[in-house]
Design a binder for this molecule. Structure first.
Ligand code: GLC
Length: 725
């Protein structure tokens, strides 16, 4: 889709910016750098600040109230500058899509772009003009609750998703409105030690540049007009006073010209970080480092003017920040029309095509982790044949849920707009007697439903258990020290398994879970995530084979908590776990656990289908030189009896570098639809410049040398090839 980019400057806008800036008092400039919230500041203070020219509101919803405040800004402030209205529209506004960790498992950037555009349509008509998304933090630690909000562990996939989401949000909207995106949280917020939210990040500049910054670069290349600085420190320097990040990398290296907004009270938190004794010093350091707008801490509101008057902060710094703010407001067309349309909101929300898109996204986000024949004679347990299953036991605290499935950051999404698994299965299996048993609650110790659950399982032809997390168990400030099924769900599983029927597990969650017993003792596992308003329909369609699962994991699933953080693109170390050597000594002295395997339970890129695929005819055409392109082709064949989508993945390994290199790195992916028996050739073209890394001197380089490559279904396998640069 044609989308707005905020990279190029429009001379007409520049003239308007300079004209307006020239009229502004110092106090008015500082007010533009201030972002306020009605709950935090109270209505009276909020209105007073709007009349004094506040720059932005956040976390307020509804065209009615927002139009009131825009009108106040235009008509009751001296210069009539409209407000930027920022909101967290992370995976939908009223049409709630699967959480981002789920939709990343579609491996379809174009589809995710469509979802973002729908979200922007609904948000804009309701008065929002700034979306605090995409969240592009790479995360390799499932304890971190915010892993739910991103695209998982891999920078290559993360870049694809970041660019797609920015384009989707920033595509001009039906009625001529525009929305600006805000990739966050800059930077490396997902690398928090022990996965505890807001915790210390202490990573090398090489990891920062090779892993955590690329998705931001992709978002900026897609034209993102703003970026949000993160709460965390990086190696001792909190992001909001990190001049290396906010000026050298962001401005000088990446040529980002947009607006930097701090995260919620991040300037105030500099005091707790211990890098500012008070809000005044916080304001000084943040302004000199490159934060243009202060989200609710009031550091700028209270101190920036006097800091400028005393010469501690040059007024030029403030002028540049205000230029970025005004430039954005002109580019968004807010001076012409800052209003939402109260007449159009209900007609815009949840339109049938939007609900259909939510169903498509949910179906494609879900991952079939296991599907086995309960006995050698029988077929695989999924898909269920609605005509065969006369009695179905549907057990678990999420079997009839319509709330948790909305997932974290669903904001004004409503459970009334969603459908449960039970509701849809009832409609889809009219001739089946479905016995619904909650069995236990999501958390807590109530096991009073176990007997009823066991009885239902004994009486049934098939047993489906719907288990997992509440939406509030992931997202911001919801890190978990244990990654198993919450509450007494694990015991419910044991109790129901005693019936001896093949168990089908449906998992609803916001992160990878540690489920070794479930993985071992069920016949099938469908990972449904928190799939948004159409979770129920998608689960039913997939269980009954109306759709064929195609999702693949974008974050590794650990066997044990002790393996975390766990990710496929790890380094080899000097003693690789799968290294050579046969002696007991050799095998023992390797980077491994004595009590657990080193591989994940389910690897990055993994996901099953109701059909099977085979890869053949790998062809590698090495690049001619360092400016060339690596070309890799192979044939994928649907060797099963059902049509389906296969996500083919290309991984590369740089065997020797001037610094250590990951054992594998994703460098291409393609989804291909194949009818039973059909074969298609797939081709990957990888510019050699994408095979580089930040070397000893921390500059980006591509080194000549030998490479291995794999083309296959996931990060643990594939047709193997080699080439030399
Ligand atoms: C929150 C989050 C950030 C969000 C902001 C505004 O604390 O860290 O992702 O955009 O505040 O709600």
């Amino acid at each position: 889709m044609e989308h707005d980019s905020y990279k190029e400057f429009d001379p007409q806008i520049e003239r308007r910016v300079e004209d307006l800036l020239a009229q502004m008092t110092l106090a008015e400039k500082v007010m533009q750098m201030t972002q306020i919230n009605i709950n935090h500041h109270g209505r009276d203070e909020l209105e007073a600040r709007i009349r004094h020219g506040a720059g932005s509101l956040l976390n307020m919803y509804g065209a009615e109230i927002l139009n009131e405040f825009q009108k106040m800004a235009l008509e009751e402030s001296r210069l009539g500058i409209p407000l930027l209205v920022g909101n967290d529209v992370i995976h939908g506004y009223r049409t709630i899509f699967p959480i981002p960790l789920a939709w990343s498992c579609t491996w379809e950037p174009d589809l995710v772009e469509e979802g973002a555009h729908i979200a922007a349509e609904e948000a804009a008509v309701d008065g929002t003009n700034w979306i605090f998304a995409p969240m592009v933090d790479i995360c390799r630690d499932a304890r971190w609750g915010r892993i739910a909000e991103g695209a998982g562990e891999d920078p290559f996939l993360g870049q694809a998703m970041a660019g797609a989401l920015v384009r989707g949000f920033q595509t001009p909207l039906a009625d001529g409105r525009h929305i600006v995106a805000c990739p966050k949280h800059y930077a490396a917020y997902g690398a928090a030690e022990d996965g505890r939210d807001y915790n210390t990040v202490d990573i090398s500049e090489r990891s920062l540049r090779d892993v955590y910054l690329p998705p931001f670069k992709a978002a900026f290349d897609a034209g993102a007009g703003t970026v949000m600085s993160s709460f965390n420190e990086i190696a001792g320097v909190p992001a909001s006073i990190n001049k290396f990040l906010l000026t050298q990398v962001l401005r000088d290296e990446m040529n980002f010209t947009g607006l930097v907004v701090s995260d919620w009270n991040a300037l105030g938190e500099l005091i707790d970080h211990g890098v500012a004794p008070d809000l005044r010093e916080a304001a000084r350091r943040a302004a000199l480092s490159g934060v243009d707008m202060d989200m609710v801490s009031d550091a700028y509101h209270d101190h920036l003017q006097s800091l400028i008057e005393e010469g501690a902060v040059p007024e030029a710094v403030v002028d540049e920040a205000v230029r970025r703010i005004l430039r954005l407001k002109f580019a968004l067309g807010l001076f012409e029309n800052p209003y939402g349309d109260t007449e159009q909101t209900e007609a815009t929300f949840l339109q049938p095509p939007f609900r259909e898109k939510a169903l498509e996204m949910a179906r494609k986000s879900m991952v079939l982790l296991k599907n086995e024949a309960p006995s050698s004679q029988s077929a695989t347990v999924l898909p269920l044949d609605a005509g065969e299953v006369m009695r179905l036991a549907l057990i678990g605290p999420l079997a009839d849920d319509r709330r948790e499935i909305l997932g974290c950051w669903h904001r004004i999404g409503r459970w009334q707009d969603s459908e449960s698994v039970y509701e849809v299965l009832k409609k889809s299996m009219p001739n089946t007697e479905i016995t619904l048993v909650q069995g236990c609650s999501l958390e807590g110790d109530d096991i009073s439903g176990f007997e009823e659950a066991l009885a239902a399982a004994i009486a049934a032809d098939a047993v489906v258990m719907v288990l997992g997390e509440a939406e509030a168990m992931s997202g911001e400030a919801h890190s978990r020290a244990y990654l198993g099924l919450p509450g007494r769900q694990e015991e419910l599983l044991y109790a129901v398994a005693a019936a001896g029927k093949p168990l089908i597990a449906v998992l609803m969650c916001g992160r990878p879970l540690v489920i070794p017993w479930l993985a071992e003792n069920t016949a099938a596992i469908l990972l449904a995530w928190h799939g948004g308003i159409r979770t129920g329909g998608a689960v039913a369609d997939l269980l009954l084979g109306k759709a064929n699962p195609s999702g693949k994991l974008t974050a590794s699933w650990p066997r044990a908590l002790g393996q975390v953080p766990i990710y496929y693109a790890h380094k080899n170390s000097g003693r690789p776990a799968d290294g050579p050597g046969t002696s007991q000594f050799d095998m023992a002295h390797r980077t491994r656990f004595i009590d657990e395997a080193t591989e994940p339970l389910f690897p990055f890129g993994y996901g099953l289908s109701y059909t099977t695929f085979a890869y053949s005819d790998l062809q590698v055409t090495p690049p001619r030189d360092l400016q060339g392109t690596l070309r890799v082709t192979a044939v994928v064949t649907n060797t099963g009896a059902m049509a389906g989508d296969e996500i083919a993945q290309l991984y590369v390994r740089d065997l020797v570098g001037e610094v250590t290199r990951p054992v594998k790195e994703l460098k291409g992916f393609q989804k291909v639809f194949l009818a039973p028996g059909e074969s298609k050739q797939i081709a990957f073209e990888v510019p050699v410049q994408e095979l580089g890394f930040h070397g000893l001197d921390l500059t980006y380089k591509v080194e000549p040398g030998d490479f291995h490559l794999w083309l296959g279904p996931d990060s643990s396998q594939g047709l193997e090839g080699a080439f030399t640069l």
